[in-house]
Write a protein that binds this ligand. Structure first.
Ligand code: PHB
Length: 371
């Protein structure tokens, strides 16, 4: 029997900490804004993810860890008993269909509005700096409000909310793990990057201080569910949500090295391919290769990869797996289509957010596969 396979492809099994993947075609987290009453996932949510169970791993849409964490209409939470029970049904459906699923845990921080906050309060953030631009409240567009800078003494409770959500996800809902959303300009990323973190306490200033919030979340969640069921997602050069950093390469190298002692299940980095909306802006460095070299565990890349791009990235050792977003919206059986060279269906962008089954669970799988 031949032993190890030197050059992995998308169909080579992969172990991410405690999670065994039969292939390396990962479903990226995507907000679909279809949660039901109480921000609970619905039967349709379970059907949607179960249809995509042939992914090596499903990473759920970003999911609120507490009642200050929301910034979009109808995004699910995992902090109430009803939400947790609803996620249990999702996990059972995915497992029943032979899949694996981790919950992406988020807090939006300043990317919110009093309309989403308890008692109409200001959203929370590391510093009282509003994002440029507007957000959709469900009723219309509103400018991003000036958030309230968190008191130092409030931070431990937020850290605990992540750990409690992780416990609910793994022990109560039966998901396979969690991904800490530390990307795309949401709360953890707002702490990591110096455009949004102007704090003068132990959570701001140096990069060591700016990553303290993330590291405390990892310590608490690892204590709760085990580091081998935890991934982290970063977007070092992303500008989405009015983000930026003065020196992303050294800063995110330091952050990545600080992750190593945890022995996480994986690190998931967004660095868009040329032309992709998550590509580094003009003049910004590309950092993914350096982070790949610095990180001691499994590395997942994301950002507009085609099947061929992904295969090349794996063959060159640029990543251990690649996650696909929009392609999974329109192709529930994306793994099979990649494996058989079948044509990919194009997603309908008008049904990405909100609504029901249309554009969500009604994309057909291939009925038969040409030999
Ligand atoms: C979105 O809802 O547009 C969204 C959510 C989470 C992300 C990125 C975009 O990380």
């Amino acid at each position: 029997m031949p032993q190890a396979i030197d050059t992995p492809d998308l169909f080579t099994p992969l172990r991410l900490g405690a999670i065994e993947l039969p292939n390396r075609v990962i479903m990226a987290p995507m907000t679909r804004s279809r949660a039901g009453a109480g921000n609970c996932p619905t039967e349709l949510t379970a059907e949607y993810y179960a249809q995509r169970a042939s992914a090596g791993l499903i990473i759920t849409e970003a999911t609120q860890v507490c009642d200050t964490a929301q910034g979009y209409p109808n995004t699910p939470g995992i902090h109430t008993d009803a939400q947790t029970l609803a996620w249990r049904a999702v996990a059972e459906a995915v497992h029943g269909a032979g899949g694996r699923i981790v919950a992406q845990l988020w807090h939006v921080g300043r990317i919110s509005h009093p309309l989403f906050q308890p008692n109409g309060a200001a959203p929370l953030a590391p510093s009282a700096i509003a994002a440029a631009g507007q957000l959709f409240t469900g009723q219309g567009m509103e400018p991003f409000p000036v958030p309230r800078a968190l008191e130092t003494a409030e931070i431990p409770a937020l850290v605990r909310q992540f750990a409690d959500a992780a416990k609910r996800a793994v022990y109560d809902a039966g998901l396979d793990g969690v991904e800490i959303h530390a990307a795309n300009g949401y709360l953890v990323d707002q702490f990591l990057r110096d455009r949004t973190n102007h704090r003068t306490d132990q959570y701001g200033g140096s990069v060591e201080n700016r990553c303290r919030f993330l590291l405390e979340i990892l310590e608490a969640t690892a204590h709760a569910v085990g580091a081998d069921r935890i991934g982290v997602r970063l977007s070092p050069t992303g500008v989405f949500n009015d983000m930026g950093d003065s020196d992303p390469l050294p800063h995110f190298l330091a952050i990545t090295k600080a992750l190593n002692p945890f022995n996480l299940a994986y690190l998931h980095v967004i660095e868009g391919r040329p032309g992709h909306h998550m590509a580094p802006p003009e003049g910004a460095p590309h950092v993914a290769a350096a982070l790949r070299a610095a990180f001691k565990g499994p590395f997942i890349l994301n950002g507009g990869y085609s099947q061929a791009d992904a295969a090349t990235a794996l063959a060159k050792g640029e990543a251990d797996a690649v996650s696909f977003g929009e392609a999974f919206i329109a192709n529930p059986d994306l793994t099979l289509r990649f494996n058989t060279g079948a044509t990919l269906a194009e997603p309908d962008r008008t049904t990405y957010y909100g609504g029901g089954a249309k554009g969500y669970t009604d994309y057909p799988a291939l009925e038969s596969v040409a030999a």
